[in-house]
Design a protein around this ligand. Structure first.
Ligand code: PHE
Length: 402
């Protein structure tokens, strides 16, 4: 018995190390449940340098108004990491990810990025979703020479922060054009109103693009009203909008506000369809908007109705793991992580510049939210879909190519 003790202890230590990965908030290479972390150093924050683990970082909203953004993205990333680890990892090492919650705030996102860079020493960062958060993070990542891939931030200026900043989604000049075209050609609208979120770089820019394109196409934007993320009463703006008798209202905001806006629009007597962008995409939209949001339209990165076997395989695996239909954020999180993993495999070493160069070479990558080729501005050029809000789910309407 005595002689067995050291062996037993050693075995226990290995087991403990394995469990640590599962139970501690981070790092969690196996994609175990990540508890919501405030932007604080995670327990067990030893750096992976020289270890058998390659540590990646993610920043996303796990709490606050946009909580479904970070959670869906995290699930998608976890799936990709699990798959990669099951297939042998990268350069003989397993992948792990440390996730920080930005609480739906840009300041927290910036702080979390700094922690990932200076304390955790991650090889690359995945995130954020909301463009204002990604903008704050990109400053830090670029300055430190740590590559960052945002799965889903569409504001043009995000990747303009520098040559270490990438995205695997389309940008808002395209997304704004898509909905302007849809409003003019499919819905045949002549006069519309716009209601934008003044606290969101995404919303302000998308509102601008839509207005420009819709006007160029011969339509008229009768009025542009604004709100601040977190507001709960939009009746004054909606009443002003009603007075202009629009045939539709473009609301390029996030689901958290859009759902409530839809209800209040109906309350003040506006019966016309609402239109929006990817920021609407959340299962919470149906809950918040109820029947008021049904029959409205938004542009998005992917549709769960896409019959492509690759997409359907992703959906059924995601459902089995997380119990719901993946939204675009989950799909883009999965794609961003897979692009990152492929780049890590190709990179000549794991230094920032080597990983950056490898990401930049991404070409014809088969993502579940479209094929990804990164252009010289580090953006992906992809098609968009238009979805109609139905009863508890979206319905695919059309695809628009760039
Ligand atoms: N594109 C949004 C932004 O840049 C984020 C987003 C993407 C939200 C996809 C939902 C779905 O702020």
């Amino acid at each position: 018995m005595r002689r067995l003790a050291p062996m037993l202890l050693a075995a226990l230590a290995v087991l403990a190390a394995a469990c640590e990965k599962k139970t501690q908030p981070a790092p969690s290479g196996e994609g175990g449940a990540q508890t919501a972390q405030q932007a604080q150093p995670a327990p067990g924050g030893e750096t992976p340098a020289g270890s058998d683990v390659i540590l990646l970082g993610q920043v996303g909203a796990l709490t606050g108004g946009q909580a479904t953004f970070g959670i869906s993205t995290r699930n998608g990333i976890e799936m990709a990491i699990k798959e990669a680890n099951a297939a042998g990892g990268v350069k003989g090492k397993k992948l792990a990810i440390r996730v920080y919650d930005n609480q739906s705030k840009p300041e927290e996102a910036a702080q979390a990025a700094t922690r990932l860079i200076t304390q955790d020493k991650v090889v690359l960062i995945l995130g954020d979703v909301a463009s204002s958060n990604s903008l704050a993070m990109a400053e830090k990542a670029q300055a430190a020479g740590v590559p960052m891939i945002t799965p889903s931030s569409t504001n043009t200026t995000v990747t303009q922060k520098g040559d270490f900043i990438f995205r695997v989604c389309f940008i808002d000049p395209f997304q704004g054009y898509v909905m302007a075209k849809f409003a003019r050609e499919n819905l045949k609208l002549g006069k519309v109103a716009v209601l934008q979120d003044n606290k969101s770089a995404y919303s302000i820019d998308l509102s601008d693009v839509f207005t420009r394109k819709f006007t160029e196409m011969g339509g008229k934007v009768a009025t542009t009203e604004s709100y601040s993320q977190g507001d709960t009463d939009y009746r004054a703006q909606l009443t002003a909008i009603r007075k202009t008798q629009p045939e539709g209202i473009y609301v390029p905001g996030y689901y958290s506000e859009v759902g409530i806006i839809a209800r209040q629009a109906r309350e003040v007597g506006l019966k016309v369809p609402l239109m929006g962008g990817d920021g609407w995409d959340s299962e919470k939209l149906f809950e918040l908007g109820g029947t008021a949001i049904q029959g409205s339209y938004f542009s998005n990165h992917y549709s769960p109705d896409n019959p492509d076997p690759r997409v359907q395989k992703f959906i059924s695996e995601y459902k089995a793991a997380y119990g719901g239909v993946p939204d675009a954020l989950a799909a883009l999180g999965y794609d961003a992580a897979r692009v990152a993993i492929e780049a890590l495999k190709r990179a000549k070493d794991l230094s920032g510049p080597a990983v950056r160069d490898a990401i930049a070479q991404t070409k014809d990558f088969p993502g579940v939210a479209g094929t990804i080729t990164l252009d010289d501005k580090r953006n992906a050029v992809k098609s968009a879909v238009v979805l109609k809000v139905g009863d508890g789910k979206t319905e695919y309407v059309t695809t628009v190519n760039p």
